[in-house]
Design a protein around this ligand. Sequence first.
Ligand code: GLY
Length: 387
Amino acid sequence: MHARTESDVLVVGGGIIGLVTAWRAALRGLRTAVADPEPGGGAARVAAGMLAAVTELHYGEETLLGLNLASARRYPDFVAELADATGQDVGYRACGTLAVALDADDRAHLRELHALQTRCGLQSEWLSGRECRRLEPMLAPGVRGGLRVDGDHQVDPRRLADALVTACERAGVVFHRSWAERLTVVRDRAAGAVLAGGTEAAADQVVLAGGSLSGRLDGVPEEVLPPVRPVKGQVLRLTVPPAYAPFLSRTVRAVVRGSHVYLVPRENGELVVGATSEELGWDTTVTAGGVYELLRDAHELVPGLTELPLTETRAGLRPGSPDNAPLLGATALPGLLLATGHYRNGVLLTPVTGDVMAEVLATGVLPEEARPFSPRRFSSVRQEQPA
Ligand code: GLY
């Protein structure tokens, strides 16, 4: 006979989105479990941790901007609460960001971005190349101008993931350290999952929070399967020796020949350089070409970077959705909810995702700010369902 466990909420996936959902749900008094062989793993082990609501604004994503800004505003209180709960510091750094242009095309692109930011009422200041270099002396002499965005900060996603595991443990979340293999559906309602090894993890509500893997759980009816896909990102980590510090004082980024490159300096000397964006399915190979392109573009931006030790190369998978925005809340299958599809913004959206998911799990009502992100916007039966 197989073992059986029971909870109010089963979260499938223990990356930062699953963990924050579980932590916040447990704080609301829900008996919560997480299924993941390695809680605290996933894309956050690779991500740079930019909280770049303003510098990563894209045309057509103004609705997403609202959620991104709401989450960015929550960050200081969120990390303070996490530190209180765990005694762990997650490396939140209110350092700001400088987005620079290296040639006339980049400059035109940045001017367009500045106009969009201004239309959206965002704080962003145009600087000359000389003003950029005054702020960041390691920048290349050829920098043609830039945008100073003092509100786009950073956090260390690995420390964030580790702290969320501790917070969950302390809040009484149960960890099933195995994969969920199959959603259990009883009388047209999600009722838990069967875990690797056969344990039946029964739950009143199931949250699918498996990042790019969220669309692959067996047993989920086709019409509610989340339309997420993996988007590969290769990321490098370098180390700034104490003698070179401060190498950069804020995040520096640019679009070089159409590719985004960013350099995120941590207080502990780590310098994260990212990221490629590749639609290659489940491939997580670090390639010579990917490393070459990142180093080439980063070197154009900050030539002195090639002196630094290269300490790590890694690739992760962003959970992309058809409109680049997350899927949050109930699906058309009663008892099954989603917290996935965060694409480029998983770290940024962690605080608001936790709050939104805890609210909908505890009350059944999706908060106003999350309504545009209901999974039902992609459901073929959506039109036939009452709102
Ligand atoms: N938000 C950074 C990235 O997706 O590479």
